[in-house]
Design a protein around this ligand. Structure first.
Ligand SMILES: [Zn+2]
Length: 202
C-alpha cells in the first residue's frame, strides 16, 4: 500500500534542510537541464492539501472541453484534435474525447481507438520537415476531461531531449504561429488520409 499523505510528507521532509528545501534534483545535473545548478534552490516542501481541490471540469456541465466541441483541427465522431497556441516548440497538439471521460473511465472501445490515434498522430508529427520527435504526455492534474499532449521537438536541438522539454518550451520565445498552423494542417490532412475523420467539427 502506498504511503498515507502524512507518511509521504514525513518521508520527504526527512531529506530536507532546516528551511524544508530538498537538495537539487538529479535532473538539474543532466546535460540537457535548462538551469545551471549555481544559484538554484528548491522551493520549501509544502504539507499535503486534503481533500485535494477539484480540477477544472469535474462537473461536465462546467467543462470547457465539453463546451468547445467546435474547436479543433481534426475531428471524428469520438475524438477532437486541437492546436495549442502561444508555445515555444514548433507544434503542440492536444487530443480530447468528444464525450466527458477521464482516462481511467475510458470505455475499452475508446481506449483502443486512443492507442491507434496516438500512434498515427506521432507518425504524422514526426513526418513533418525539421521535426525529430513527438513526445506524448497525459498528466490530468489540471482538467478532469482527458487530454493527451503531443509536443514536437525541433530537429537538432539536442538540449530539448527528454523530460525537460516542457520546461524549455516555456522558456523559449513564442514560435511563429503561421508556421505552426501550416504544420498542424499537414498533420490533420494526414490523419484524414490515414484514419478518416474530417477537418471541420460538423
Ligand atoms: Zn468534459
Amino acid at each position: 500500500m502506498a504511503l498515507r499523505p502524512d507518511e509521504f510528507y514525513d518521508h520527504a521532509l526527512a531529506a530536507t534542510d532546516d528551511e524544508r528545501r530538498l537538495p537539487l534534483a538529479r535532473m538539474t545535473g543532466w546535460d540537457v537541464s535548462p538551469f545551471e545548478p549555481d544559484g538554484l534552490r528548491v522551493a520549501p516542501l509544502r504539507p499535503p492539501v486534503l481533500p485535494e481541490p477539484p480540477r477544472h471540469g469535474e462537473d461536465p456541465s462546467n467543462c470547457d472541453a465539453c463546451r468547445d466541441q467546435g474547436d479543433g483541427i481534426w475531428f471524428n465522431d469520438s475524438w477532437r484534435l486541437t492546436r495549442i497556441a502561444g508555445v515555444g516548440v514548433p507544434l503542440v497538439l492536444m487530443l480530447h474525447p468528444r464525450e466527458h471521460y477521464d482516462m481511467a473511465d475510458l470505455p475499452d472501445g475508446l481506449a483502443a481507438e486512443l492507442g491507434v490515434l496516438t500512434t498515427h498522430i506521432v507518425r504524422h508529427v514526426q513526418a513533418l520537415a525539421h521535426i525529430s520527435r513527438a513526445h506524448v504526455y497525459r498528466i490530468g492534474d489540471g482538467g478532469a476531461h482527458l487530454h493527451i499532449w503531443f509536443f514536437a521537438r525541433p530537429e537538432g536541438q539536442a538540449q530539448l531531449y527528454g523530460s525537460w522539454m516542457p520546461v524549455w518550451d516555456d522558456l523559449l520565445p513564442e514560435y511563429p504561429a503561421d508556421v505552426a498552423e501550416a504544420d498542424a494542417a499537414l498533420v490533420a490532412d494526414a490523419l484524414v488520409a490515414s484514419i478518416g475523420g474530417r477537418r471541420k467539427a460538423t
